[in-house]
Ligand binder design. Sequence first.
Ligand SMILES: [Zn+2]
Length: 317
Amino acid sequence: MTPNSQTITAPAAILDGLQGRDCPVCGAPEHAARAFLSASIDPARIGALSFASRKVPEFMTFRLVRCETCETVFAAEAPGAEALARAYRDAGYDSAEEARYAARTYAQALAPRLGAEHRGGTALEIGAGSGVFLQELLDLGFAEVIGVEPSHDAVAAAPAALRPHLRVGVFEPGAHRPGSLSLVCCFQTLEHVPDPRGLTQAAYDLLRPGGLIAFVTHDYRAPINRLLGRRSPIIDIEHMQLFCPASLRRLLDEAGFGEIATGAIRNRYPLRYWLRLLPLPGPLKPSALAAAEALGLGRRSVGLNVGNLLSVARKPL
Ligand SMILES: [Zn+2]
């Protein structure tokens, strides 16, 4: 089999056997949800990077509806859990520099919420990529860090010192002892999982009393995402659901968490990364990128509020 024929067979695997879904946060039935965005899928454009992190946006999506009960936007039909796990297992990985910048942003935003009782314990990151945030957690003083990550390529890109902390695969609650964790993190991953409610409830059980859960998600209600509409980077075939502050509060509250705080965070990235994300037509994007590099600005770090939310909540004592 040539590499080309593999690329062509991949879409069939992910698009075959789509399953109908009800709201993945509150369980309200799909037929009671309101239309949000029609489907836009070009099977020929689904490649190895479609399920990779921080890729160039493709603006493809399953049919999206918005739950009238909890305001979560979700794919009304989506691949099953096993098909998704396979897609992420085989996903390419090409975002090392961006991942380092994102990890620094999240560590700085989370640090003020961490007490000595958290830092002395064990942290779990679901969707850990190449483990760069695990390094931030070690630097923050965590006694032990564990990352689960489905992409082989991402884990293969991890620094050697972090490799022992990473497990290749999807999050399996049974692999951890209930009440054993002081922090569970899930950054830019909650949109991708088939069952965010199940994940949140499992995290609750694995945390010890007083432990924290931290999510970083997109906010589909943020001005930039409303402005860009179908051309927003949040419109992505990987996204099984999209959140807003109300839906995140519902998710965390129903799982039993208290002291729920959600707020926008400013992401710091190199200018060249922001330019890659811009919805510029045709040749404008390469031109802008070339100009930035020629001026020596491509590596310049720029902080912007692009509609990302940090949500932190505590398991009651
Ligand atoms: Zn709902």
